[in-house]
Design a protein around this ligand. Sequence first.
Ligand SMILES: Cc1cc2nc3c(=O)[nH]c(=O)nc-3n(C[C@H](O)[C@H](O)[C@H](O)COP(=O)(O)O)c2cc1C
Length: 200
Amino acid sequence: MKTPLGPANILFPVPAALIVSGSFDEPNIITISWIGITGSNPPSIGIHLDRSRYSLELIRKHKNFTVNIPSADLVEETDYCGLVSGKDRKKFEDTGLTPFKSTKIKAPMIKECPCNMECIVMKEVELNDSILIIGEVVETHIDRDKVDHKDKTKINISKVTPLAYCDATREYWTLGRRVGRVAASEKKIEARLKEEGNEQ
Ligand SMILES: Cc1cc2nc3c(=O)[nH]c(=O)nc-3n(C[C@H](O)[C@H](O)[C@H](O)COP(=O)(O)O)c2cc1C
């Protein structure tokens, strides 16, 4: 049995990412959960911004932004950046987060966030209730102590402990343990089908 919940967006978990716009001297942070990968060649990320956001004004002006992935211990700072506007408050100062110079764009990154992406605006799409900004990821960064000890280009998720957001309950969670690897299922299922005499 299932209970219908009506038309609603209960897609979860989604990231609670911190987007920085503006310049190194006048940066602003916004918390964004309507965010996703929009392409891999070139790598791109889409973020949905309500028309009223100060961040939208800054991104339109400077045409770049950074995406910063907070770890679970930054839950308070992440929440705060989603509650107050840069029109009224300097969120770097209020939270104690540190702006960190990007290598390819003007908008800074957040030093305390373990993963960071530098993005240049590729496209702006007008939607009913928001503006979708698509940014090309021109550089990525990861804290040195958050990579795999053998492969230094591979992110160690358990060291990053990214924040996950569930809009349906308006709660922040962390990820649990790894339960599988991509493409590991094929051989197991093939073997089972063979055993059952069900091969294709
Ligand atoms: C968990 C969380 C997720 C949010 N996701 C979005 C989002 O995807 N798009 C958006 O426009 N606002 C989102 N918000 C609201 C903005 O972060 C909030 O209005 C912020 O104060 C706007 O800042 P700004 O005016 O400095 O840009 C979210 C808030 C929270 C707490």
